[in-house]
Write a protein that binds this ligand. Structure first.
Ligand SMILES: *Cc1c(COP(=O)(O)O)cnc(C)c1O
Length: 402
């Protein structure tokens, strides 16, 4: 049973209240339906469910009430008509391409991207005759010039990982629509708590729920959000290909969403304070964070986001003048509090060397073009005390001679 909600609720409220799932027992916390299939009163009812003439659950590969509650809540947060959940963020991205593209179709994409999305383009989409043109995220002329008659999607991740570059979503939506294409935004770094791309003109949203939607580094999951019409094929692909989100993970994400708005504000405040502090340290050559007024995309980010998020990156140079992988690794290895892991979106602060982890499979030339240097370190600022975190960064600085 679903509780009806008043109209025009804020994101903070929707993240807690949208799509509440009430069982007959009226449990206050959403119920977790850990079941692979659902039973029918009669053979006739089973036939009607399969034929789609009677609504109701069939089999958890494609219908599960807990997963559905997560989908409905996320759709409400993004302001989209429909959400389809997947087993991971990559499964969500892959599903959109597989469901909507054919050989000969073309994608224009920013080159600053989650590393695995690059691999998907290069190794798999290419194999099926789908070509991708990579462009610089902030250069609108490059985006416009790359659009061809067979372009079906513009794909952008904003802010980008790991350099926090920002794309003008409204401008990209216009370029996409003028070219008869659709704009896909991977909204993983901001989440709807800080940025709602559909309201800026984007057509499809991608999420890795693994990151901030969970918020505590527990489960993998993903989602696609868009118009009911666009989601028909995406849902059909899920039903057939089966990269399904488990009910357990969906339940964890429902709990995670309840604190999403609060966490995103806290992550943003902590990351901004850390970026400003790092900027003043000897040994830190450059800090990449759109919240800094010195960042080239600061104004744009401020105009389309309500916060700058929790992820920043910085370049180090040791006291001997070396700005290389060795210096970055020494810094990382000297930390004692933060976790050395490539994951992000966790209340625990994580530190990683993008060049040899998240972007390790991207070729050297492409890494250089993206600006991912060997001396770059990414920090996903969690919710520990800022003073404790600064002290840990101080250990890193000491290890490179400062
Ligand atoms: C992690 C991530 C993905 C992939 O999500 P998974 O859940 O790990 O499959 C996609 N895009 C961005 C921006 C990410 O950070």
């Amino acid at each position: 049973m679903k509780k009806r909600l008043p109209e025009n609720l804020s994101i903070d409220t929707l993240a807690i209240r949208a799509a509440q799932l009430r069982t007959d027992e009226m449990a206050h916390s959403e119920a977790m339906f850990l079941t692979s299939s659902f039973v029918y009163d009669s053979a006739a009812q089973a036939a009607a469910r399969f034929a789609g003439t009677e609504p109701g659950n069939i089999y958890s590969r494609f219908t599960n009430p807990t997963v559905q509650a997560f989908e409905e809540r996320l759709a409400a947060l993004e302001g989209g008509e429909r959400c389809v959940a997947f087993a991971s963020g990559m499964a969500a991205i892959n599903a959109v391409f597989m469901a909507c593209l054919s050989p000969g179709d073309h994608i224009v994409s920013s080159r600053s991207l989650f590393g695995t999305t690059h691999v998907l383009y290069e190794k798999y989409l290419k194999k099926f005759g789908i070509e991708v043109t990579l462009v610089d995220i902030g250069d609108l002329a490059q985006w416009r010039d790359a659009v061809r008659p067979e372009t079906r999607f513009l794909f952008v991740e904003t802010p980008s990982n790991p350099l926090a570059e920002v794309a003008d979503i409204a401008a990209l939506a216009v370029i996409a629509h003028e070219g008869g294409a659709k704009l896909i935004v991977d909204n993983c770094f901001c989440t709807p708590a800080l940025q709602r791309p559909l309201l800026l003109g984007a057509d499809i949203i991608i999420h890795s729920a693994t990151k901030y939607l969970d918020g505590q580094g527990r489960c993998l999951g993903g989602a696609v959000i868009g118009s009911a019409e666009d989601m028909v094929e995406v849902y059909g692909y899920l039903r057939t290909a089966g990269a399904t989100l488990s009910a357990f993970n969906a339940w964890v994400f429902l709990k995670g969403l309840e604190t999403l708005a609060l966490r995103m504000r806290a992550h943003s405040a902590a990351a901004l304070a850390m970026a400003e502090w790092l900027q003043r340290q000897p040994g830190v050559e450059r800090v990449h964070y759109a919240g800094l007024t010195s960042h080239p995309h600061h104004e744009l980010a401020a105009s389309q986001q309500s916060g700058f998020g929790g992820v920043l990156s910085f370049e180090v140079r040791d006291s001997e003048g070396q700005a290389n992988r060795e210096a970055a690794w020494r810094f990382i290895d000297a930390t004692e509090l933060v976790s050395i892991t490539a994951n992000l979106g966790d209340v625990k602060t994580t530190i990683t060397h993008p060049g040899s982890t998240t972007h390790g499979r991207v070729c050297e030339e492409e890494k250089r073009r993206c600006g991912i240097g060997d001396n770059l370190i990414r920090l996903a600022v969690g919710l520990e005390s800022l003073e404790d975190l600064k002290q840990d960064m101080q250990r890193g600085l000491k290890a490179i001679g400062f």
